[in-house]
Design a protein around this ligand. Structure first.
Ligand code: XBP
Ligand code: MG
Length: 243
């Protein structure tokens, strides 16, 4: 057994949202993007497989701009269209959230309950837009997260570490006392660049992502390997705080 001073005390867990806490991409964001295309009278539609490829571009406005640039629009036109449609996409996404179409991933509630009971602080670091992130977190999980940083507050999205660095700076938590939970290559890269350990829980869209920077790659938030990792880390937390 490791001597206590070698155990890293876990103080905080920083969760990604899309694809990690919630199943939001295929039947949430994708549907909202398509509604925005339709409302604007555009023929563009993102099928399930196409959308999976586009997920490599983080951030809805950037994703739209990339799409328009690669389907024959000038860079200026692509950017203007991307930003305009993203506002409407955000509106449609908010409606999907309010109507309960975006659900927690299996095991998310149980994991959050266990971490809270262990005294670990819960935070969120997402590239998504605050306008839908906040109502979603409230609706799906109640008011459980201490610090929530979204793509609205940072100038660079994942794989930049900006969103994670902002959480660490606002909470004052040293990176070695925290762990990130992510689903994608961009997310793992962002967390690791912020000097965080990262647990990856992949989903059908990210199953083939390069998640090799992660401390652990799990099949989901209910994977026994992920739960065992937290049990050990939270045990270490208890051992050091109750000495
Ligand atoms: C998620 C994203 C987000 C959503 C769309 O990345 O890239 O952009 O797909 O949300 P991650 P917005 O899970 O790594 O944070 O349209 O609000 O940007
Ligand atoms: Mg994600």
């Amino acid at each position: 057994m490791l001597p206590r001073q070698h155990l890293s005390r876990l103080e905080a867990v920083i969760f990604d949202v899309d694809g990690t806490l919630v199943d939001s991409e295929r039947d949430g964001h994708r549907v909202a993007f398509n509604a925005a295309f339709e409302e604007a009278g555009l023929p563009d539609r993102w099928e399930v497989a196409t959308y999976g490829k586009l997920l490599k571009i983080t951030g809805g406005a950037k994703r739209l701009t990339f799409w328009f640039e690669n389907t024959g629009r000038s860079p200026v036109e692509a950017r203007e269209l991307g930003e305009r449609l993203h506002k409407r996409k955000t509106h449609f996404m908010l409606r999907l959230v309010e109507d309960g179409h975006v659900q927690a991933r299996p095991g998310a509630h149980q994991l959050i309950d266990r971490l809270e009971a262990s005294g670990v602080q819960l935070h969120v670091a997402t590239t998504g837009t605050r306008a839908w992130v906040e109502p979603l977190l409230n609706q799906a999980f109640g008011n459980r997260f201490h610090t929530v940083i979204t793509g609205t507050e940072v100038s660079e999205l994942k794989p930049s570490p900006a969103v994670y660095l902002e959480v660490l700076s606002r909470t004052g938590c040293p990176p070695e006392r925290a762990v990130a939970v992510e689903d994608s290559a961009n997310g793992v890269q962002a967390a690791v660049a912020a000097r965080l350990r990262c647990l990856a829980a992949h989903n059908p869209y990210t199953r083939n992502d390069d998640l090799s920077g992660a401390t652990l790659v799990a099949d989901g938030l209910d994977d026994p390997a992920l739960l065992a990792w937290f049990t050990t880390a939270c045990g270490a937390w208890r051992a050091t705080t109750h000495d």
